[in-house]
Design a protein around this ligand. Sequence first.
Ligand SMILES: [Zn+2]
Length: 464
Amino acid sequence: MNAWFARNLLYRPAALLRGEPTFRLLRRYRVSQWWEPEELAAYQSAALARLLHYAVRRVPYYRDFAASAEFSSQNLCAEDLSRFPVITKAELVQAGKRLLAWRPPGTTSWKTTGGSTGVPVRLRKNRYATAAEQAASWRCYEWYGIRPGDRAARFWGTPQSTRTRLRYRAIDAVLNRARFSAFAFQESDLAHYFERLSQDPPVWVYGYVSMLTQFARYCLEEKQPLAALGVQAVVTTSEVLSESDRDLLRKAFGAPVYNEYGCGEVGAVLYECERGSLHLMAENLFVELFPDPTPEEPAGVRLVVTDLHNRALPLLRYDLADRAVPAPPCACGRALPAFSRIFGRAYDFVVCSDGTRYHGEFFLYALEAARDRGLAFEQAQFVQLEPDLLKLRIVPAPGYRLEHGRWIAERIQAKSGGRVLVRVEETEAIERERSGKIRLIVALPRPQATTSSHSEATGRNSEA
Ligand SMILES: [Zn+2]
């Protein structure tokens, strides 16, 4: 479909009908990304003050909190945010209706975020907040040369029920995107996917890392000329993107690869810019960085965010349970706070018996090192059997030998100082989650106190 047609005659009117000022906010966010830091700080302070005032007056959870902490709802300012409690995913679920605002402005819609932790969260959003989320995403896609309405190929899960499937089909049509299902990924499906892409080449490709890499590997092996399709950018999301994955995708698609990080609860959080920094969507989110007292590998700070726009279910100080490494101001010149990396995507870490925490990245390093040495495997997953014992499930590639798996196991044992033991098991395939994602780490269930900091913070799958 023609991009202009899709943008102006489908997406724009659809957004207007839904009461979502996506395009107006997009125009604003194109400008605000170049604000001076002081201007951004002033904007955030004003937005925070309005939000706190609103939350204390309209939301039972915060009204009761303010009452019990004995502070007045009058003259609340941005600095008062630190007096409010940090809220974890478990607490969000537990608080339920008490977090819903009384008579929020405009229409609202419900959003269900995925449940790789077994706890799906239902969240209410007002349309303005939804639009703000989308506008921030489009602003960043523009960094990659992508505009609303440009033809997209989306490698994603497909909904199970017919009704939802039809609804997503309509959304896909309006957004001019073709969907490639995570649940049909046999070789014959991949051949068919390549054919579909050739017939209607996308401007950009979006999806889970595990799906895109599998497809890319297939195209390289079968000598399917994927790079000849003229894709402008590949945007990955929801799963950890390793450097070797990035290289593979760049080579197969013949296009730059950018990483997105977000979550169903607050939407887009970080986007990689052309200089490689991960920028915070600071017009929508205020972020606080918390040091983490627990020993862990690798080290970083905890991200706690406040959604500045959601008036249907105001989320103050929401613990994303992910870790990031803050970076100095980016050479691209944008004032949006920068990070050099994001890891420990919430669900993928294991806690050993002595409390040491190992994030997904720690295990990913070992897999990377294995690939660098030419060890032959397709996919791998770590399942925690006991606090200090993991099972490495490995899908062999041609040329795989027993030593290959053993090498990874030994490396992890060595790097953890003997703390983590790894048993290797070969398998034909690794199952996907209901959302379509593949988990790198399947950890033992943790007691409430720790699982609470354990949110499904990566998938933005609720949005189809
Ligand atoms: Zn930058």
